[in-house]
Structures are given as structure tokens and as C-alpha cells.
Design a protein around this ligand. Structure first.
Ligand code: AMP
Length: 293
């Protein structure tokens, strides 16, 4: 999963746990005229995360990657406790990407004792993942906002893999007037098309074979979209492709890429969103579909 060919001479990122210390370092770097890029993650890093750090490295002078498994974005009964945590491996990988700082805060510094403030998200946050995981995007928006306060970078990098998350974060940045740019990077995939995800590690070998059904459904969607098929028959074909791999379907939909509402212009552009479960593992994926004539 991680890259096989790594630069010979990796640097070692500095690990910073204190929000005030990382903030001071970023402010000083920017005051010295350096452009700072920020990649928020929950760790258990793979080549998808590395691609965000690499993009940040090409566009910025200094890169900060945060590693924080955010408790408020997990619902009761979700995988917060068993979410993989491997800081040493993560730092090694980030060293190969030339990352300057790894911000790995303790929970009590992000959520101080007595913490009682949340960011309420509406609109696109209420659909799809927001319906299935109540409170998830409130937790995401809250932590991203707090991380942006600790890491006042020029630009933050997010993966298109979590399409709805990018929509929610962009909305929040615009609505709150947060002084940071948002850059969305392409989804990195396994050779068979499965999107890289820290949660793929939960899959049994048999489930790993089945998991490609999500990507297959997106390829079906793209083909039918190009063939000018109507949206409801495309969605039916996506559902069939997912169920053919015995993935328990959560949703398969073609919607407006920004509002996540049903398409009001039949020609798009559109985003195909899919989610399903294999055993106790939830997987999501998506594909942007260019406007059709
Ligand atoms: P996570 O650690 O899962 O919170 O992800 C941190 C960031 O990495 C998010 O912006 C994700 O969208 C992004 N990401 C996760 N998987 C991939 C992938 N396969 N390709 C590109 N970006 C990804």
C-alpha cells in the first residue's frame, strides 16, 4: 500500500503536540514569507495521505500534517477504539514526503475540560453520511475548525475520496470566513480500483475481494452517464453492481457535486456517491462525472 520506491534520504518531521507551539511555528514561518500547507488526518497513513502531503510539498515551502483520531466524529458503536494508531510508522512515511511538522495533539488540548462548543452543519451535511452517521459532520467541522486555529496555514489539502466531507469543509470555510484556502486532491486507488482507506485493514481476504464492487459500481455509473441514460436507471445499475458483490448497500446516488441535492440540470456535472458495508466495515467511494451534452 505504501510506496515501494522511497527517496533515499528522508528527513524526520518534528513532532509537535502542543497547539500553541505549532501555531507559533506556522505563524513564524509565514511571517518569514514561507507558504505553509496543512494536511489534516487521523493517522494510519497510506499512499492516499502521502499524495496529499506530496501535493502540499510541491505547492508550499513547509508542510504540517496533523494526526488526531477525532472522538467527536465517531458515533456510539463505531470504530473509535479500534481505529488503527501507529504514529512511528506514520512519521516515517511523512519523512519521505519532506513534511516539516507532524502535529499530534492530545485529545484534552483539542477538547479542553468543560468543552461545550460545536459547529452546527446543515444543508449538504444532512444528506448521505450525515443521515447514516448522525453528528459525524458536526464532529468533523468542529475538529477541522479547531485544527485550522492551531495550524493557521495558507492552504489545507483534503482528499476527494471523502467527497461529502470536502463539501462540508468548503461550506464551513466560506460561511465562517476562515482565512485558509482549500485544495481537493484525487483519490488514490489500489490496482483493482479499491480506494485506499485506513479502514481497508479491517477487511478479511474475502471481503477485500468483494470491496471492489464499490468502484465497479462507479465505473458502471460513468459508462451509463456517458450513454445519456437517465439518472434513476443509472442509480439502479449502481445498486445492482454493489449488491452483486454482496456488499450491504447504504446508498448509491447521482447528485449535484456541490449541494448534494438531486440534479436539477439533467446534463450535470454530477457526483456518483456510494457507500456499503462488508461485515462490520463501512466503505465509501465516489466519482465526479463531467457535464454531458
Ligand atoms: P482520514 O485520515 O481518513 O481522516 O483522511 C485524511 C485525509 O486523507 C482526508 O482528506 C481524506 O479524504 C484523505 N484520503 C483518505 N483516503 C484517500 C485516498 N485514497 N486518496 C486520496 N486522499 C485520501
Amino acid at each position: 500500500m505504501t510506496r515501494e520506491i522511497l527517496p533515499a534520504d528522508p528527513s524526520t518531521p518534528e513532532i509537535v503536540s502542543d497547539p500553541q507551539a505549532i501555531r507559533a511555528a506556522v505563524v513564524a514561518a509565514r511571517a518569514a514569507g514561507r507558504r505553509v500547507g496543512f494536511v489534516p488526518t487521523m493517522g494510519a497513513l497510506h499512499a492516499g495521505h502521502a499524495s496529499l502531503a506530496a501535493r502540499a510539498g510541491t505547492e508550499c515551502d513547509d508542510v504540517v500534517v496533523s494526526i488526531f483520531v477525532n472522538p467527536t466524529q465517531f458515533g456510539a458503536g463505531e470504530d473509535f477504539d479500534r481505529y488503527p494508531r501507529r504514529l512511528a510508522d506514520d512519521c516515517r512515511l511523512l519523512g519521505h514526503e519532506g513534511v516539516r511538522w507532524v502535529f499530534a495533539p492530545e485529545s484534552r488540548t483539542i477538547y479542553p475540560p468543560g468543552d461545550a462548543t460545536r459547529i452546527l452543519v446543515d444543508g449538504p451535511a444532512r444528506r448521505f453520511e450525515g443521515l447514516i452517521r448522525p453528528g459525524h459532520f458536526e464532529g468533523v467541522a468542529t475538529v477541522v475548525c479547531r485544527l485550522f486555529n492551531a495550524v493557521p496555514a495558507d492552504v489545507a489539502y483534503f482528499g476527494a475520496k471523502d467527497w461529502q466531507q470536502t463539501v462540508v469543509v468548503r461550506r464551513m470555510v466560506e460561511d465562517l470566513g476562515l482565512p485558509i484556502g482549500i485544495s481537493i486532491c484525487p483519490t488514490i486507488r489500489e490496482p483493482d480500483g479499491l480506494a485506499l482507506s485506513s479502514r481497508n485493514a479491517y477487511l478479511s481476504p474475502a471481503e477485500r475481494q468483494q470491496a471492489v464492487g464499490l468502484h465497479e459500481s462507479l465505473l458502471v455509473a460513468e459508462q451509463l452517464w456517458r450513454n445519456q441514460e437517465p439518472v434513476d436507471s443509472i442509480e439502479a445499475a449502481m445498486r445492482a453492481a454493489i449488491e452483486a458483490r454482496q456488499i450491504r448497500l447504504d446508498y448509491a446516488a447521482l447528485v449535484d457535486p456541490v449541494s448534494l441535492e438531486p440534479l436539477d440540470v439533467a446534463g450535470g456535472p454530477a457526483v456518483a456517491l456510494v457507500a456499503g458495508r462488508l461485515g462490520s466495515t463501512r466503505l465509501i467511494d465516489n466519482r465526479l462525472l463531467a457535464a454531458r451534452g
